[in-house]
Design a protein around this ligand. Structure first.
Ligand code: GLP
Length: 225
């Protein structure tokens, strides 16, 4: 695990977007799994800027996501599908044919999960981008998620309902993983990730066993370390 601690959210977003740009420039056909949530928003703004300034070309990448609510309409403004289009995919030159986002409107979620897992087997993830929940969850892998879990339907503890998420095992197979955390609210989860026991109770702690894992945090998120 490599930890990059920076002063604030702006710097964190700069480092994250620089890493992503570098990865795409190194391997234009990168398969990238994009996180949602507040944390990566500025990273995505930076990526759109980098694209407009011709610093990066998204035309050959394959885009995946990490999780999605279930059930949810495809176009719903609450969906992660919508989030990714509004914040990134709709603003850069990704090839629509290479966008594979989880379908929260499917009638058969189990089949959706099996097929997503298959898709990832055929297109192994080069770069996994993650945020973290206050209880240490990654994607929708809540405490209790096993180290070898796959893409599956899960119950959500922080809101009532269900979701679909890449499993911890699926995420661990990505070649490179970056996790972003900003603000005091994330400090406890970051402490658990970095210094706590590697345990299902803090799903993000499994990332310590990943060969190429970069944790990017600001001072507040790192304040308990
Ligand atoms: C949700 C999402 C996660 C995300 C997390 C943190 O639970 N399913 O993918 O990483 O929230 O979100 P935020 O960055 O808004 O704090």
């Amino acid at each position: 695990m490599k930890i990059i601690e920076v002063n604030n959210y702006k710097e964190l977003s700069r480092i994250a977007s620089d890493i992503i740009v570098e990865e795409i420039n190194k391997k234009p056909t990168s398969v990238i799994s994009f996180a949602t949530g507040k944390t990566p928003k500025k990273t995505y703004i930076n990526l759109v800027k980098a694209y407009k300034n011709k610093k990066v070309d998204f035309s050959k990448i394959t885009s995946l996501d990490v999780d999605e609510f279930y059930p949810i309409k495809r176009g719903s403004i609450k969906s992660y599908y919508h989030y990714l289009f509004v914040n990134l995919l709709g603003k850069v030159n990704v090839n629509k044919k290479n966008i594979f986002l989880l379908d929260g409107s499917t009638k058969n979620p189990e089949k959706e999960c099996t097929e997503y897992e298959k898709k990832i087997k055929e297109n192994p993830i080069d770069l996994q981008i993650l945020g973290i929940g206050e209880n240490g969850h990654i994607g929708f892998n809540e405490p209790g998620s096993s180290r070898n879990s796959k893409t599956r339907v899960v119950g959500l503890t922080h809101i009532k309902g269900t979701g679909i998420t890449l499993g911890i095992g699926t995420i661990m197979k990505a070649k490179k993983v970056i996790l972003l955390a900003s603000g005091k609210k994330k400090a406890k989860a970051i402490y658990g990730l970095v210094k706590g026991k590697i345990t299902e109770e803090v799903p993000a702690s499994f990332l310590r066993e990943h060969k190429d894992f970069i944790l990017i945090i600001d001072k507040k998120a790192g304040s308990l370390l």
